[in-house]
Design a binder for this molecule. Structure first.
Ligand code: TXA
Ligand code: MG
Length: 338
């Protein structure tokens, strides 16, 4: 298949493709999404095929104005409304009981649907012009890091989808915060730029799903199917070292070889005797978030590297989102160093 490359001015071409049942990669503020008409099951099926995504992993439905939610969900609890009043348009996804208009393939047969109103002007314009809600997972091959640059999408999707709209780099860099309002109490399924602390300021105490910090053990049922997959796995093995900077540097240097690399913070590289991939300065979590997936993709270009020792982000604020992605990339290998 020939994949058209569209510029920022060609939102109308992207919308025409969506309307006619095709699939287009579109920039959002978090990561690039692979979009299709959410109400057209055969269009949505093409997304699963192009990504190689397991059919039991449901998609997020994107809208461009709040009112578009009414046809998709049964009801909007007060807390959900309060939260989106503060954080929409933006990197927040809410899960609610769905109506029959939402095709089963979108929700992987669940009776809930995930909804997001993104802030990216191109994404919102394409939704508006196509006049349908757009179902979109991240536009990467299943199991690869989410795409935060045009080149990431091009490498994964060229030849597999109808078009890619080049919107430059994504500003947030990690996927949206996902919270469900379909249970007795609100529960966080995926941390993101909108933090637990920010959410609790608006609606009070929320639960955080255990899988956010631990992953889903074999035999357990995932409350959000995406949480059970290893995800973002580079070819080399990533091991997270849970310790302070000094211990990290000493440990990695003690393992130094041509097959070892470090995934660390700016300033660490000068003290390390191995190849270092940095992604921002320690504690500058928003910048780290923006650079993280690109750093993971860089690891994949380093053919001789077999082991990557990663520094362990502090799982607080946006650091929780980073930690959540990193433990998945590491297949949940965290080593405590004393
Ligand atoms: O920032 C984002 O959310 C990006 C952009 C493109 O909007 N999208 C994204 O989609 O990250 P995806 O498919 O890569 O991740 C969606 C996550 C998955 O973990 C999925 O299992 C979960 O949301 N999810 C979707 N619908 C759900 C539902 N009804 N119940 C529980 N989890 C759901
Ligand atoms: Mg994804």
């Amino acid at each position: 298949m020939k994949t058209q490359i569209l510029t920022k001015r060609q939102t109308n071409v992207a919308a025409d493709i969506i309307k006619s049942g095709g699939i287009v990669a579109l920039p959002t503020e978090t990561v690039y999404g692979l979009g299709a008409n959410a109400l057209d099951p055969s269009a949505v099926e093409k997304i699963f095929k192009a990504k190689g995504r397991p059919s039991d992993n449901p998609l997020i439905v994107h809208i461009s104005e709040f009112d578009e939610i009414y046809s998709l969900v049964k009801e909007i609890p007060t807390n959900a409304k309060k939260l989106v009043d503060v954080f929409w348009p933006g990197p927040l996804t809410i899960i609610l009981p769905r109506t029959a208009i939402v095709p089963n393939i979108v929700t992987a047969n669940l009776d809930t649907v995930a909804i997001r109103l993104p802030s990216h002007p191109i994404m919102r314009e394409v939704i508006k012009l196509s006049k349908v809600p757009i179902a979109a997972p991240s536009a990467n091959i299943s199991g690869k890091p989410s795409p935060t640059k045009f080149s990431h999408v091009f490498n994964d999707m060229n030849g597999k989808i109808d078009a890619i709209l080049d919107g430059g780099d994504c500003s947030v860099g990690l996927e949206s915060t996902v919270i469900t309002f379909a249970l007795d109490t609100p529960k966080l399924f995926r941390p993101g730029k909108i933090t637990v602390e920010q959410i609790e300021k608006v609606i009070g105490k929320i639960e955080v799903d255990k899988a956010v910090l631990e992953g889903v053990k074999a035999g357990q049922i995932a409350s959000s199917p995406g949480m059970k997959y290893k995800h973002y796995a580079p070819n080399a093995k990533i091991i997270i070292l849970d310790c302070n900077r000094n211990k990290y540097i000493n440990y990695v240097n003690s393992k130094a070889s041509a097959e070892v690399a470090a995934l660390c913070y700016e300033g660490d590289e000068k003290d390390l005797n191995v190849l270092a991939i940095t992604y921002g300065k320690e504690y500058e979590y928003e910048i780290m978030a923006k650079l993280f997936f690109d750093a993971l993709r860089k690891i994949d270009t380093m053919k001789n590297i077999k082991t990557v020792y990663a520094r362990c982000p502090n799982p607080q604020g946006v650091g929780l989102a980073l930690y959540n992605r990193l433990i998945r990339a590491a297949g949940f290998e965290v080593q405590k160093i004393d």
